[in-house]
Ligand binder design. Structure first.
Ligand SMILES: NC(=O)c1ccc[n+]([C@@H]2O[C@H](COP(=O)([O-])OP(=O)(O)OC[C@H]3O[C@@H](n4cnc5c(N)ncnc54)[C@H](O)[C@@H]3O)[C@@H](O)[C@H]2O)c1
Length: 139
């Protein structure tokens, strides 16, 4: 199975990467290290990306911003994933109060970019969205 995990260097996404890699699936992770933008140097996720590269067999990574509609569209059109696990996010409710527009662009617009590209180019794919405390499964 071809799996796309967004937010693959984050807490939830990196667990998903390891899980599906262990099961023998081909996993592409998308993460642009935006956690560092939100939380400063302490939020840098590059260490986790490096750890994943060493701990997995079939994992590859793409430094793509989910707000970039054209890039997300290209990725999904050309790679045709079977499963999309969406974990890229600005995860802090407190932080959202200070950066409402950026929060909206990542959490809402980024999600719509992903869903619309999937609807257009990979309608058979299963999408799991892990955001703001909710699991949603769209088929
Ligand atoms: N951690 C939890 O216990 C928990 C519980 C319930 C729900 N959630 C939800 O799951 C989601 C992920 O949470 P987390 O704890 O893994 O957060 P996290 O900050 O550890 O991971 C999010 C990842 O997304 C990446 N990212 C952010 N903006 C991006 C963008 N524009 N393009 C590409 N990548 C981007 C970040 O660099 C980061 O690595 C959030 O929506 C959160 O609300 C988390």
């Amino acid at each position: 199975m071809k799996v796309l995990v967004t937010g693959s260097s984050g807490l939830v996404g990196s667990e998903a990467v390891e899980h599906f890699d262990r099961q023998g699936h081909e996993v592409l992770g998308v993460d642009n290290n935006m956690r560092r933008v939100f939380f400063g140097p302490a939020g840098d996720t590059l260490w986790n990306l490096e750890r994943l590269k060493g701990a997995t067999k079939r994992f590859t990574h793409a430094d793509v911003d989910i707000r970039d509609r054209a890039a997300i569209e290209e990725l999904i059109r050309t790679r045709r994933f079977d499963l999309i696990v969406h974990c890229a996010a600005q995860p802090s409710h407190d932080k959202a109060r200070d950066i409402p527009l950026l929060d909206f662009e990542v959490n809402a617009l980024g999600t719509v970019n992903l869903l619309e590209a999937t609807r257009q180019h990979s309608p058979e794919a299963v999408v799991s969205q892990h955001q703001q405390g909710l699991w949603r499964r769209t088929e």
